[in-house]
Each structure stands twice: as structure tokens, then as C-alpha cells.
Design a binder for this molecule. Structure first.
Ligand code: B16
Ligand code: MG
Length: 217
């Protein structure tokens, strides 16, 4: 049977949260306030615009629309500087193993990410060829927890939503997958991702037996 397997990018395939953190922290500091790792956690799966809105609110700061755009560009330029130094070694544990297993078993494999930099990152870590389709922050109008990104990804690989499985590290992403009627697999902590149908710390805990069960379900 052919099912659809949709992967989130940041936090599932690579850990870019640390680079988002550095860039947002520098931006916050330049505006005269601090930005903590705990706050960064709350930005997982959140779009760039929504992230900046939250950060400004945390810093009790308001800026003009022009300045807002300039800050977004500034942040992304710094972030891209970190991204461009990435390589294969930053792929999270056993991600290629799972991708290769799914491809070898003729499953649909798509990316469903909020990031506008998704293609660039996948190219940097040499995984772009593994994805049949890529749906990212450039293709959607509504951010997670809205299911738009995953519904588009499912359609792009010609799978019904109920035949799709989503790997996600963020609460908003798990909610998006659930709303889309897909099977949600949380990658990360049980305390945070309890709304997911299944939760694993990382892909080393995902066996071929488990993947086969999802395929033949
Ligand atoms: P960009 P994902 C999300 O990616 C990140 O988790 C989130 O922290 C980031 O703000 C968002 O992408 C937008 O990223 O600035 O590169 O467009 O987890 O949905 O793959
Ligand atoms: Mg993520």
C-alpha cells in the first residue's frame, strides 16, 4: 500500500532551532532587551512573522511596519549565515535510514515545513533528492496549527489526508496534523508533545516493524 509520509524540517530533520535562537537573540539585544532559550522553545513551528511579533511583545516594544520588515531581513540574513555553514553531519540521528526505508518501499515522501528556507537547508545537508515534493513557508497562507501545509503536502503526493503520517517536533505542528486527520508522530519530549498519536525521542527509536505497521494499517 502507498501511504504518505510528511516530514517537518526544523527539529525533525535538522536542529536549526539553535541558529534561530542566535539570530533572534542578537536582534532582541540590539533592541535593548533579552531573549531566552525558553522563549525560543515557544517559537518552534511558528512562522517568521509570528515569531517577530511575539518577540516584540515579550520585549514590550512596538516598531513601524518599515522597521518590522527591516528586522525580518536582518534576522534572516544572520540566520542564513549559519545555515550556509551546515553539512550532512547536522542531520539528526537515523533520519536518512527512515527516508531510505520509505523510498525503498515506494511510499510517498514529502516535506511540510513552515520555513521559507527549507529548500536551501535540504540542499546544504544533501537530502533534497529524497523528497518527492516540498511544501514550505513560501507555499502557504496560514501557519501551523492550521493544517494547510500538510493538506498541500498530501495533495502534492496524491495521498488522502487519512493515509498520511506526519513527523513533527512542535505542538502547533502536531495539532495541524491532527486537524488534518493524519497520524501524528511527535519527535521530542512526551511532556510537550502529548497530543501526538505516537511519541519518540528521535528516529533511532522508530523501527522498520513500526513503519511497516503504518504502511499496512
Ligand atoms: P524561516 P519547521 C519552522 O520550521 C521553525 O520551527 C520556526 O522556528 C521558524 O520560525 C519557521 O520555520 C520559519 O522559518 O524563518 O526559515 O522561514 O519546524 O516548520 O520546519
Ligand atoms: Mg519543527
Amino acid at each position: 500500500k502507498r501511504k504518505g509520509f510528511i516530514f517537518d524540517l526544523d527539529g525533525v530533520i535538522v536542529d536549526t532551532a539553535k541558529y534561530h535562537f542566535l539570530a533572534w537573540k542578537n536582534l532582541a539585544n540590539s533592541l535593548g532587551f533579552d531573549f531566552t532559550e525558553a522563549q525560543n522553545e515557544q517559537l518552534k513551528g511558528v512562522s517568521r512573522v509570528d515569531s517577530l511579533n511575539k518577540i516584540l511583545a515579550w520585549g514590550n516594544t512596538t516598531v513601524s511596519e518599515e522597521k518590522f520588515q527591516a528586522l525580518m531581513t536582518l534576522k534572516n540574513d544572520e540566520y542564513l549565515g549559519y545555515i550556509d555553514k551546515m553539512g550532512d553531519s547536522e542531520i539528526l540521528v537515523d533520519v536518512p535510514k527512515v527516508l531510505d526505508f520509505l523510498i525503498a518501499n515506494n511510499q510517498g515522501v514529502s516535506l511540510g515545513s513552515a520555513s521559507k528556507n527549507a529548500r536551501r537547508i535540504l540542499e546544504k545537508v544533501n537530502l533534497i533528492s529524497k523528497f518527492e515534493t516540498i511544501v514550505d513557508g513560501n507555499d502557504v497562507t496560514k501557519a501551523k496549527p492550521d493544517p494547510e501545509v500538510f493538506l498541500n503536502a498530501a495533495a502534492s503526493i496524491h495521498c488522502n489526508p487519512e493515509d498520511c503520517v506526519v513527523f513533527e517536533d512542535s505542538v502547533a505542528g502536531v495539532q495541524a496534523a491532527n486537524t488534518a486527520n493524519m497520524i501524528s508522530i511527535g519527535i521530542g519530549s512526551k511532556d510537550v508533545l502529548h497530543e501526538a498519536d505516537y511519541i519518540f525521542n528521535d528516529f533511532s527509536e522508530i523501527s522498520e516493524h513500526f513503519l511497516n505497521e503504518l504502511i499496512y494499517k
